[in-house]
Design a protein around this ligand. Structure first.
Ligand code: ATP
Length: 892
């Protein structure tokens, strides 16, 4: 179907008369014939790619060198064992990394984009990849365009085409223009017929150039650098060991194999792998808790968040609006009933209201229903509502007085709409009726009143006086202070020929509608948790200041300014006293003034979306790590600027989602706090496994170096194959189980981690060195006291058994770097239990299967003989715990 070359006018005329779109059958047929609306992924992970990546592992090459070395000195058994080890390392790396990649892919699938299209005459949500040529796209502000399409019906359409042109100015479109896949609607709405999908679209043609690949996060880079420097230290240590052996007369080749085995043991090759697994699984768990982190970077930044700036409506509140009061014709009316069920009544002094006798109220209900894009239908006795909750609340309220939007829509045909925007805080629709054209306008009361010149009461219309404005504003304040969200309603009978854009002026005021949006019960606890965790919560809303403050009070938002107010002028002092500021007050503050009070503000009300950027900036200037929520197109710059941009999964636009690091599937504030907690926990786990891995790796280096220096090569405490065995089975499982350790609730009792903190900070370094020294020394003592001169095989076996017994106990020590293993609980990490148990079983197999024992040159220990290795490991456990306690109490 080639719309671009057809006679545009006749195509447009055709399209406008079509209210059906494609049929589902036709769409399915086209999908089968032409395929999905997808770009070919050049960066897709394949098993082969993951397998090849394993050869980039430094350890594989060190092992290969050891294998070749064994061949040259005719150590055939050694050779095969080392080859087997290489295969094991590659297989393990492959399986783990592939699983992690799959988990990431599954995550991406959870945020499958959707698009609204017209099918069988009904606006239907379909996965974007199912859009076919000929589909009619139904698009609005914030939507990402799913395919190339020809616009045929529109209201004030502006498109940001920077994704394909690089040009950041948004472009105005008219009927007959093309819009392109991958670009975004930044204003207005439209219907457009699809002309090209997938790789045929303009985006598809340039897709190769713009495909994103995930870059390494700062933490991953740090870990990669750490592993490299440790590898260098390991090589130097093993080189030194070789020299030591060489000068004490050891055979060169055998010494070489020992040195290589030692290098293998000391290189923490498991670090980057464990890191990826920890982050990938961490992200997966967060996704299960409704927080989809789009980039790994998000996980680590979350943990250091110090301020959460959050929207009010829908995030702290339920976004389930119910109109409870109406102020019209100088009188208050009450509405009963809850939620979106039209069951309920409109009362005055507890008596049902007769609309005939209250013409202003009648007009207000009509205006509120007509200046409205929501709808409600009854299905099998239940009411289904579609649309913005604020608007749904209005039609539900009107229906309680038997005023039905469906009936009004036929009486007042809608001609135009000036869309609601968060900047104008107004919405206007223009209709034709038997009495001529009429505009209905609703919005924030202060903004409506600025556009009104008259007011209607039951006895007619008169000019709007200053005292009227004062009275209405004071009623508004009263309602807002009781946490009501208030809307003003007005209308204008339009003179012939008045241009659409001028219809939102010279309005007649009808009254106020007050709706309640209950706070989320869980928000209060989540905020209390934040306070305890040293995280400030700030509410940023487009709603009225009093409404915002009242809600803030209910959920326990409190400013905790502890700076000096001595030097402050009245304006700034007032802000600090109030803990709140409005968008227009913010405009009067220069950057310096704002920076001086920003710590004391917990509520920003009537804020323009662009001001969010300034708030993020001011908080960042004070050194904060800022998490910021947003849903609209204009929130995108602030979401990008924040350290963690958080978009709303339910009410968020595609634009906001693309600018964010995290998507909240349930729009719920509590989910942010849960994600911060997980971010903190994951970071803690990374610290744990890094400290464990490095200290364990150096144990063998210390042991061998002590042995060669003090006893000579002949009495080396462990042989190459034994070192390899310990390294393989003692490293991977325990460290992965530490990486996936269940997250402690106590992480929220601590203050946020400093941005850019090193993993091997002083405390961890101290623990690592002292525990490695203890383990190395204890093993050496066991070796010394096992009569190495009399029976070297048995003495090595005792040492071997000691290290493996340590692997049985020591990982538990590292489950917390501050408190005792017992207080963390022994059984709460099942993976660790399985890991250490299987390591121990393997050790027993090697020891008691004669064939294997022969290869590894170890002897079977009797039950009594086990007492020494096990008690040595147990003693080490106690010493390690004592070291932990001393380091923790020293406050380092
Ligand atoms: P938040 O930023 O916490 O989500 P919000 O949803 O209250 O807050 P906006 O959507 O920008 O912020 O609304 C600001 C004001 O505009 C509201 O207080 C209300 O008075 C008015 N308003 C909201 N929705 C509409 C609408 N559909 N039509 C007309 N006016 C509206």
């Amino acid at each position: 179907m080639d719309y671009e070359n057809a006679d545009i006018d006749s195509v447009l005329a055709d399209l406008k008369s079509s209210k059906e779109g494609l049929s589902e059958e036709e769409a399915a047929k086209r999908l089968l014939e032409y395929g999905f609306n997808e770009l070919e992924e050049k960066t897709k992970v394949t098993p082969l790619k993951v397998l090849i990546r394993q050869f980039a592992n430094f350890i594989v090459w060190v092992l290969l060198a050891a294998a070749i070395m064994s061949l040259t000195i005719d150590e055939i058994v050694n050779f095969w064992v080392i080859i087997g080890t290489i295969a094991f390392v590659i297989l393990l790396g492959f399986v783990q990394e592939f699983k992690a990649e799959k988990a990431m892919e599954a995550l991406k699938k959870m945020v499958q984009p959707v698009t609204h299209v017209l099918r069988n005459g009904v606006v239907t949500e379909v996965p974007t990849k199912n859009v076919v040529v000929g589909d009619v796209l139904v698009l609005e502000t914030g939507d990402k365009i799913a395919a190339d399409a020809l616009v045929f019906e529109l209201h004030g359409l502006k498109v940001d085409e920077s994704a394909i042109t690089g040009e950041s100015m948004s472009i105005e479109k008219i009927s007959g223009d093309m819009i392109f896949s991958g670009t975004q609607i930044v204003h207005g709405k439209c219907r457009a017929v699809v002309t090209a999908v997938g790789m045929q679209s303009r985006l598809g043609m340039i897709a190769g150039m713009i495909q994103e690949s995930e870059v390494k996060t700062p933490l991953q880079q740090k870990i990669a650098e750490l592993s490299k420097s440790l590898a260098v230290i390991a090589l130097v240590a093993s080189g030194l060991t070789f020299m030591l052996g060489y000068f004490t007369g050891a055979p060169t080749e055998e010494m070489m194999i020992i040195a290589l085995a030692l290098a293998v043991a000391a290189v923490p090759e498991g670090l980057p792998l464990t890191m990826t697994i920890t982050l990938a699984y961490g992200m997966h768990r967060m996704a299960e808790h409704n927080a989809i982190v789009r980039k790994m970077l998000g996980v680590e930044t979350l943990g250091s968040t110090t301020v959460i700036c959050t929207d009010k409506t829908g995030t702290l509140t339920k976004n389930e609006m119910t109109v409870q009061k109406i102020y019209a014709g100088n009188k208050y009316f009450d509405l009963t009933g809850i939620g979106y069920d039209p069951q309920g009544s409109l009362l005055k002094n507890e008596e049902t209201v007769d609309l005939e006798k209250n013409p202003t109220l009648n007009m207000l209900l009509k205006a509120a229903s007509l200046c409205n894009n929501s709808s409600m239908v009854q299905r099998q006795g239940k009411w289904d509502v579609v649309g913005d909750p604020t608007e749904v609340a209005l039609i539900v309220a009107a229906s309680k007085a038997d005023v039905w939007k469906d009936d009004l829509d036929t009486e007042y045909e809608k001609l135009h709409e000036i869309m609601f925007t968060s900047e104008r805080k107004l919405m206007t629709t223009i209709h034709s009726s038997v009495e001529g054209r009429i505009a209905f306008c609703k919005g924030a009361p202060e903004f409506i009143l600025q556009k009104c010149i008259s007011i209607e009461n039951d006895d007619g219309v008169r000019d709007l006086g200053e005292d009227d404005v004062e009275r209405i504003l004071s009623e508004n304040l009263e309602l807002a202070s009781s946490a009501y969200r208030v809307l003003g309603i007005s209308y204008r009978k339009l003179p012939e020929g008045l241009p659409v854009e001028e219809s939102e002026s010279e309005l007649t005021f009808l009254g106020l509608v007050a709706m309640i949006d209950p706070e989320r019960k869980e928000a209060k606890d989540a905020i209390a948790l934040c306070n305890q965790a040293g995280i400030r919560v700030v509410m940023i809303t487009g709603d009225n200041e009093e409404t915002a403050k009242a809600i803030g009070k209910k959920i326990g938002l409190s400013p905790d300014y502890d700076g000096s107010v001595e030097q402050m002028n009245g304006k700034l002092r007032h802000i600090i006293d109030d803990g709140a500021v409005t968008g227009s007050e913010l405009l009067t503050l220069d950057d310096e003034e704002f920076d001086s009070v920003v710590e004391g503000i917990s509520v920003y009300a009537r804020v323009m979306p662009e001001q969010k950027l300034r708030i993020v900036q001011a908080l960042q200037n004070r050194g904060h790590v800022v998490a910021m929520t947003g849903d609209g197109v204009n929130d995108a710059p602030a979401l990008k600027k924040a350290d963690i941009g958080i978009s709303m999964g339910i009410k968020g636009t595609d634009v906001a989602k693309e600018s964010s690091l995290m998507i909240l599937q349930d729009d719920n504030f509590e989910t942010i706090v849960e994600a911060v907690k997980r971010g903190r926990g994951i970071y803690e786990n990374i610290e744990k496994f890094t400290t464990y891995l490095v200290s364990r790796n150096f144990t063998e280096v210390i042991l061998i170096m002590l042995g060669i220096t003090l006893l000579g090569f002949e009495l080396i405490p462990l042989l190459a194959l034994q070192i390899l065995f310990i390294n393989l089975f003692g490293e991977v499982m325990p460290s992965i189980s530490l990486g996936l350790d269940p997250i402690r609730n106590e992480v929220m009792f601590e203050t946020p981690r400093k941005r850019g903190e090193r993993i091997l900070k002083k405390r961890n370094l101290l623990l690592m060195v002292s525990i490695a020294l203890t383990m190395g020394l204890v093993c050496f003592l066991v070796f010394m006291f096992s009569d190495p001169v009399g029976n070297i095989e048995r003495a090595r076996t005792m040492t071997f058994a000691t290290i493996l017994s340590m692997i049985l106990f020591i990982p538990f020590v590292f489950r917390s770097l501050t408190v005792s293993a017992l207080s963390v609980g022994i059984f709460s990490n099942k993976l660790m239990l399985v890991g250490v148990a299987s390591t121990f079983l393997l050790t027993l197999t090697v020891m008691y299967v004669p064939y294997l024992a022969n290869i590894f040159e170890i002897v079977a220990l009797g039950p009594v003989e086990w007492v020494i290795p096990v008690s040595a490991a147990f003693t080490t456990l106690f010493i390690a715990e004592a070291i932990k306690k001393i380091v923790a109490s020293s406050g380092i």
